[in-house]
Design a protein around this ligand. Sequence first.
Ligand code: IMP
Length: 177
Amino acid sequence: MGSQPKFRILLSSEEIEAKVKALADEIRRDYQDKHPLLIGVLKGSFMFMADLIRLLDFPLEVEFIRLSSYGGSRESSGKVRVVQGLRSPIKGRDVLVIEDIVDTGLTTSFLLDYLQKKIPASLKLCALTDKPSRRQTPVTIDYLGFTVPNKFIVGYGLDWDEKFRYLPDICFIQEKG
Ligand code: IMP
């Protein structure tokens, strides 16, 4: 085991919990009569998805999709492919995509185009965090948790080379000096 880096809390677990509740209230208001399909984007959204869905007390279905971006795990190359696809058809469904973070926007815009081609009745995006300073392609976020600064963040499902997903707060790594 190498030495553990120092983390600084950007968003505490209490702030996240309150925000997830507020997002759930908005989503309930808009979707409670629509029997929506919520699609979580693996792996980063799993914790957010689990907390959000526990607060949505109306009929809905859950799916997951896993995408892979060619290139390094910290940089999106924009060349995205689906490595684990959907098991249920989405044609005619009200679909809500659940993302951990929209960074360059390349992954999310690929996914929204991919899903739109399957002709859902509606297609919207809920993202826990948004890093607009890094955007390379426009993405409309219909339900947004937090806008975050241009720092690499970990915790609450978000990883750094598969590490630190377990942190209950969203943190960035403290620079030395
Ligand atoms: P994109 O740059 O918007 O295509 O983001 C692609 C993916 O990169 C996201 O879904 C995350 O999995 C990952 N990512 C981008 N920024 C961060 C970050 O600050 N922390 C952890 N993962 C990130």
